[in-house]
Design a protein around this ligand. Structure first.
Ligand SMILES: [Zn+2]
Length: 74
């Protein structure tokens, strides 16, 4: 373990149509309420407080997963 380990959190966000939700990873400890954020996979996301259903239905972004796994591999 090194001190350079970065924190991230997951949050479901709607895409531009507003119909499809995806759970992306974001840099930081947790969402601080900002309305726009860049995901780990480099997508500009409109942030909103997700409902329980959003968490349940939104699939996890594969690209975010791959990037984070890559970073955690020494
Ligand atoms: Zn992503």
């Amino acid at each position: 373990m090194t001190a350079t380990q970065t924190y991230h959190y997951w949050l479901p966000v709607p895409d531009r149509t507003g119909y499809r939700w995806t759970r992306h990873a974001f840099r930081g400890n947790r969402w601080d309420g900002r309305t726009a954020e860049i995901s780990v996979c480099n997508i500009q996301c409109a942030m909103a407080q997700p409902s329980e259903l959003d968490w349940f239905q939104a699939p996890i972004c594969q690209e975010c997963t791959d990037i984070l796994l890559d970073e955690q591999t020494p």
